[in-house]
Ligand binder design. Structure first.
Ligand code: PMP
Length: 370
């Protein structure tokens, strides 16, 4: 088979998502399984969004609007830009793939930090081969080291991903640092600000949304998603903001009808009120603080996080720990695939889910340390 395959594809590692609840129920014969593995919002979606989804079902024999007209208009309004600054994708993952396809020429490279969202790497390698992807070390506090990234910008470095706050470390870069970094990047490069977790940031006053840079004509692409705070991960809707010339290029590689009718309708409805978003952020903050101290009480190193997840270092064999957690019905994420083999990431769930996770983790750690 290998001789049939595009050699770049052979260099990729398949993305390993958090295991679905149904898999673990089947595999271990469990009824109660909690999944805190993919940074979803565990609150039920608001009634108006649920109703919009149901209403849309009467239309699904028709293809969706390929142009996402109404959703783009609403996203533009929400962000204070014009609709020609917006493109919508089947999750921001699809836009990551689109922008690499659209802008990476042969011989050029994608540059980012180590220990970040692994899709930048696989999307680059499948298109351009392993040599087209470069990552720099993080600083000691597990933050993007913008000095290191700036120092790695050579003639070939074309697309630069900055994940802020970062997945999986949860760490944040202050506005001034990102702003100064963007100012240093030569004009013939593209800076992607992956702001998937923007809503969770503690101090929005010290956060770089990227909108000013876009307004000033910079080659900046901002990525946002409905999968996190809006609770629509299962519908796959994300978007990018950029200047119209960039959006026009991305539209050339956008697959037609890429966002479903139900996805467009639900995302649009989600932006009609901030109540659910704000309630979700408040609940996350409280639950995260409790979970953080529970992990610390187990004497584990935990990284302070500005997101809806926590990275921690269990100090035991990760594969053995993960298996024990799965057997007890707890799905979290070992971080080998993200370049941190001694860490695990847990999403902040509802209080009872977090408590169940902590109780299960506490028991598993005791058994493994025996
Ligand atoms: N960027 C980051 C940093 C993420 O963590 C994720 C989801 N794990 C995504 C993008 C993709 O999100 P989606 O495709 O669901 O919009």
């Amino acid at each position: 088979m290998e001789s049939l395959v595009n050699p770049h594809v052979l260099q990729t590692t398949p993305y390993k998502p958090g295991k679905p609840v149904e898999d673990i129920q089947r595999e271990f014969g469990l009824t109660r399984v909690i999944k805190l593995a993919s940074n979803e919002n565990m609150l039920p979606i608001p009634a108006n969004v649920r109703q919009a989804i149901c209403d849309e079902l009467s239309q699904i024999q028709y293809y969706p609007d390929s142009d996402n007209y109404f959703l783009r208009r609403r996203i533009a309004e929400y962000n204070g830009v014009e609709p020609d600054h917006v493109i919508v994708g089947a999750g921001s993952v699809e836009i990551i793939q689109m922008l690499i396809r659209a802008f990476l020429k042969p011989g050029e490279r994608v540059l980012t930090s180590e220990k970040t969202f692994s899709l930048y790497k696989s999307a680059t390698i499948e298109l351009a081969g392993a040599a087209a992807f470069v990552e720099t070390p993080m600083d000691r506090d597990l933050r993007f080291d913008l000095e290191a990234i700036a120092g790695a910008i050579d003639a070939a470095a074309k697309i630069i991903f900055i994940t802020n706050p970062n997945n999986p470390t949860g760490t944040l870069l202050p506005a001034a640092a990102v702003r100064a970094f963007i100012a240093r990047v030569p004009d013939n490069r593209i800076v992607v600000l992956d702001n998937a977790y923007q809503e969770y940031v503690d101090d929005p006053g010290d956060y770089l949304t990227g909108l000013d840079e876009i307004g000033r004509g910079k080659n900046v692409i901002v990525l946002r998603t409905f999968s996190k705070v809006y609770g629509l991960a299962g519908l796959r809707v994300g978007y990018a903001l950029a200047k119209p010339e960039i959006i026009a290029v991305l539209n050339r590689v956008k697959p037609p009808f890429n966002v479903t009718r139900v996805g467009q309708r639900a995302a649009l409805e989600s932006l009609q009120s901030d109540e659910f978003r704000d309630r979700s952020v408040r609940l996350n903050r409280a639950n995260k603080a409790k979970l953080f101290s529970q992990l610390e009480a187990l004497r584990l190193r935990v990284i302070p996080s500005q997101t809806n997840f926590l990275l921690f270092f269990p100090a035991v064999d990760i594969a053995a720990l993960n298996l024990r957690l799965l057997q007890q019905g707890v799905i979290i994420r070992p971080m080998g695939g993200f370049g941190i083999p001694d860490a695990m990431r847990v999403s902040v769930g509802l209080e009872e889910e977090n408590d169940f996770f902590i109780a299960t983790l506490g028991r598993a750690l005791q058994e493994l340390k025996k």
